[in-house]
Ligand binder design. Structure first.
Ligand code: UDP
Ligand code: MG
Length: 138
């Protein structure tokens, strides 16, 4: 069993896509073991995406991620890091496969509806960024 962090980004929340994203987890045998809504400050978004701080899109990305509420979830399942990334689709929605969340709903390379951890190490960092042990219903 593996865990990963999911974020429904501000565009997904404001466009009423929470149910659609959650439905895809439930239909694909991915368990939600923690979930909450919160609105990050610019500093909190910058800490979350610190790995990207030298990238040209960092300022815009952290403005976007702190522009409204997000839904953060811990997902659990066999091989869930890569299975969830497959469900999300490519970062650039124009390259995402039909049927993926980003292909079906993203409107921009930045406003791509969902985040997912990319490795066990980043999943551990990202889960602990938002959740303490009491909030995870294992
Ligand atoms: N992003 C962007 N422009 C780019 C690449 C990424 O605005 O050229 C944004 C996009 O929202 C993406 C996030 O930065 O989801 C993090 O980038 P990463 O390469 O980690 O993509 P992901 O892991 O989310 O697929
Ligand atoms: Mg990433």
């Amino acid at each position: 069993m593996q865990r990963t962090l999911s974020i429904i980004k501000p565009d997904g929340v404001s466009r009423n896509l929470v149910g659609e994203v959650v439905k895809r987890f439930e239909e694909n045998g991915i368990s939600i073991i923690a979930m909450k809504m919160l609105h990050m400050t610019k500093a909190q978004a910058s800490g979350f995406y610190a790995v990207h701080q030298e990238r040209p899109f960092f300022g815009s990305l952290t403005d976007f991620m702190s522009s409204g509420p997000v839904v953060v979830m811990v997902l659990e399942g066999e091989d869930v890091i890569s299975r969830y990334r497959d469900l999300m689709g490519a970062t650039n929605y124009k390259e995402a496969a039909p049927g993926t969340i980003r292909h079906d709903f993203a409107t921009d390379i930045e406003k791509n509806v969902v985040h997912g951890s990319d490795s066990p190490e980043s999943a551990a960092f990202e889960i602990s960024y938002f959740f303490n042990a009491f909030e995870i219903n294992a």
